[in-house]
Design a protein around this ligand. Sequence first.
Ligand code: PGA
Length: 308
Amino acid sequence: MTQATLHQLNILEAIARHGSFTRAAEELNLTQPTVSQQVKQLTKAMGLPLFDQIGKRLYLTEAGQSVLDASRDIADRVAQLEMHLSDLQGMEKGRLRLSTTTTAKYFVPRLLGPFHKKHPGITLSLEITNQAEVMKRLANNEDDLYFTGRPPRDLDVELRPILPNPLVVVANRSHPLAQEKSISLKRLAAEPMIMRESGSGTRAIVEQFFSDNRMDITTIMDLTSNEAIKHAIVGGLGISVLSQHTLALENNESPLVILDVEGFPIQQYWYLVYPSGKQLSIAAQSFIDFLLDEGKQTIEQALANALQ
Ligand code: PGA
């Protein structure tokens, strides 16, 4: 096992992520024969096959998954070591990998500019996907820090509440309910509702809300994007329940309005999450310090003009 190199573990990680030797080779700027050769050597060092090939796609074997888990831990440790050494040299360097749900993307990217100004040596990457996928990344320890509106129930995590996340009913400005006050839930439930896809945190919250209130909703369509839902509302397809943060760039001229419905807004919270016991890199720790201090104000300012 001591024959395995960091380079080989890095290659394994890229193949596992892409499910393909070719795409891993492209990402790492290597030729495919080099990648195959390195995997062969790694397999020999581990003494067990690391991949199964079914059709065109590669799957990790149980041994492959174990090696992958260990190599992610090792990569984390090496990143910390790099940062610690550059700290000792008086330079602040390193890489910060953030992962956020599609709805938190309305405020997380705002933080990157001011953070980068303060810590120009830290390279940033931000993965944006739905809640279920962010939770998978968290379970696999793929990133440093994660933003979500629904903390995981089945994982042991550190949780930092960031700011309130009100969910509101959004309709077309010309909708017959747009002028009404205190619309009943029963009346709302009869309206065609555009929902986020299954796996979305927003959807889970909305379903829970209506189920708690013993109401069935009339779903007209599922869409995987908040922006697409907003456009579908403008096009007259129906109404939706979205985080108010999705309206951060809408103003009073917007073709969208928030309906006044009993029980709304649904009050939720945004959280910064990472696995309990994870050794945070210096970059990740600097980001948390920044977020809980001036970062919070940046977000609040960004959201101050959101459609009310
Ligand atoms: P979503 O997540 O973008 O998957 O709906 C929202 C959330 O984190 O609550």
